[in-house]
Design a protein. Sequence first.
Length: 355
Amino acid sequence: MSVATGNIVIKKVSKSRISEIDFSNLAFGQQFSDHMFVCDYKDGKWQQSQVIPFQNISLSPSSKIFHYGQSIFEGMKAYKNENGETLLFRPLENQKRLNISAKRLAIPEFPEESFMEGLEALLKIDKDWIPTTEGSSLYIRPFMLATGNGFHASPSDEYKFVIATSPSGAYFGGEIKVLIEEKYSRSANGGVGFAKAGGNYAGQFYPTQLAKEKGYQQVIWTDDNTHEYIEEAGAMNIFVRIGDTLLTGPTSDRILDGITRKSIITIAEDEGIKVEVRKIKVSELIEASKKGELKEMFGAGTAAVISPIAGFGHRGEDYDLPEMENSYASRLKKRITDIQYGKTEDKFGWRYPVK
């Protein structure tokens, strides 16, 4: 049965799969909700938006996504507060960044109004899929891919925009050890490192696999030219605490403008923590570690929010970080998650209730 709601056609499942899900034991991104939002681009414009049952996408082997990699995505979460209201965290930042990525990959931008309308319609239909277990959430994956056909090396003339959701538990468990990467690069000046392009992540897998074989869980990426400066931690932005100062690198062509990153900077400053946004040398980390001044390192991103780093390896030598009481990582993570779950005042106006 199809129902038109505003500008969206809604086709509901005949029977929900929600009874099959163990909400007390959720892996990250492995289970999928009943519905998804879809909209196709063809004939030079975006077509009718729909919410339909979660299903496979059928594509021709000649679809350009398979040959030229025009694919971008975002990562968001929906939460429930104690009153059962659905909450989002800075969703318009994700919408803006999606279109920044789209522009860089020659993909048509998706209108803000249609994005928010589709997202809210999807969350209203699948609101029961939002977990309420501590630390869990409904992970939201908006993505766009080239669906036009042809082997000619040129932008596609057709695209598909999808929002799919997944009830999920924690992304990482515990602290991780990382290897500072000096051979492979995540991105380069003038490239697409600032965009959430699927190929960026595909290129990370092999160096990360090599690091895992050496006993590390992730890599710290360094600049592509000299490998002197740290830039990101795996698929996350990176923060470093030296003494009582919190450091993070500036965004650039190579570094993603993370929404969690921006939120951490704002909250840290509100907490009275000194924050410096500047380049961070690998040699500075090592020197600070040897002097006992390197207190914390952590990754920051939507999936894990904040992921503490227990130590790092560099040129065959390991450097351990001290265990900190009342660490910046734990303080900042609590501030952010309390806002996300509606447990505290939102003085920054980041919380977005789905009415």
